[in-house]
Write a protein that binds this ligand. Structure first.
Ligand SMILES: Nc1ncnc2c1ncn2[C@@H]1O[C@H](COP(=O)(O)OP(=O)(O)OP(=O)(O)O)[C@@H](O)[C@H]1O
Length: 251
């Protein structure tokens, strides 16, 4: 198992935001996290990444067989955890090209790895764009594409995507999805994949292009439903999240 989360409870600024979270994600799997605003989806991401504000009150997080519950974010990233943020902050004074080199394990003095340059061009970034400071004045779609490009440079084994399709136009969603599929090794057979992903989506549009194996619905800080992504999305569309409450109550 790549990631094992058991009995997790998390507090943010003194408020219990997550409770009783059990989540198991194996290599080759793509999981989806659904749930209404404020249900705790981003909190779960931040906790897996180990941001100090998110205090683990109970439970543990095991990654690649190692207990990472008390490790720093830097150590977790080094072990192969990556994320594309919903609204990453601008970084004044740091050029995108230099960040990509660091994420790719290169020295800033070197030329950017030609493979990464090729992917950058596929994502519609030219050399001039890469010279810009990270996220400074980037459009919404450019931010999302830059997040995916950075992940492609970093090549983490466990990748979290926080609403990769929000605010992205149709053409660019397809482009992004193609690169997400590349990151998640969808071209290989499931048994041969080394990576796994966890994806937050509100409307599920991205799932028309990125195949997901399992969906979980977070309600009020708890996983209320787990199952087939298409069926769960359909349930939510027809019955709202209350449909999931029923499912939770009958468990
Ligand atoms: N830094 C913080 N300080 C105080 N409360 C917080 C903080 N971060 C998150 N919360 C609270 O935790 C709850 C869960 O927030 P979270 O951002 O995880 O939800 P979400 O499911 O990702 O929502 P959305 O779909 O709107 O992005 C909310 O009530 C939020 O106000």
């Amino acid at each position: 198992m790549l990631l094992e989360i058991t009995d997790l409870a998390v507090e943010v600024e003194g408020k219990e935001v997550l409770k009783d979270i059990d989540l198991y994600i194996d290599k080759g799997e793509t999981h989806v996290l659904l749930g209404p605003n404020g249900s705790g989806k981003s909190t779960l991401f931040m906790t897996i990444l180990g941001f100090p504000k998110y205090k683990v009150k109970r439970g543990e997080i095991i990654f690649k067989g190692e207990d990472i519950t008390d490790l720093s974010t830097t150590e977790r990233v080094r072990m192969g955890i990556g994320v594309s943020f919903q609204n990453p902050p601008p970084i004044r004074g740091v050029k995108l090209v230099d960040l990509l080199k660091i994420e790719n394990g290169q020295k800033v003095e070197e030329e950017l790895n030609p493979e990464i340059m090729k992917i950058a061009k596929k994502l519609k970034f030219d050399e001039r764009f890469l010279e810009r400071d990270v996220n400074m004045g980037f459009s919404g779609g450019e931010v999302k594409r830059s997040e995916i490009l950075q992940l492609l440079a970093q090549k983490p084994d466990f990748i979290m995507f926080d609403e990769p399709d929000s605010g992205v136009d149709i053409e660019n969603v397809e482009l992004l999805a193609e690169e997400i599929n590349r990151l998640l090794e969808k071209d290989k057979k499931p048994g041969q994949r080394q990576r796994a992903g966890l994806l937050i989506t509100h409307l599920g549009y991205i799932l028309n292009f990125v195949r997901a194996d399992i969906a979980h619905v977070l309600l009020d800080g708890r996983i209320a439903c787990t199952g087939n992504p298409k069926e769960i999305l359909e349930d939510i569309r027809t019955e709202g999240f209350q449909g999931c409450v029923k499912c939770f109550q009958t468990q």
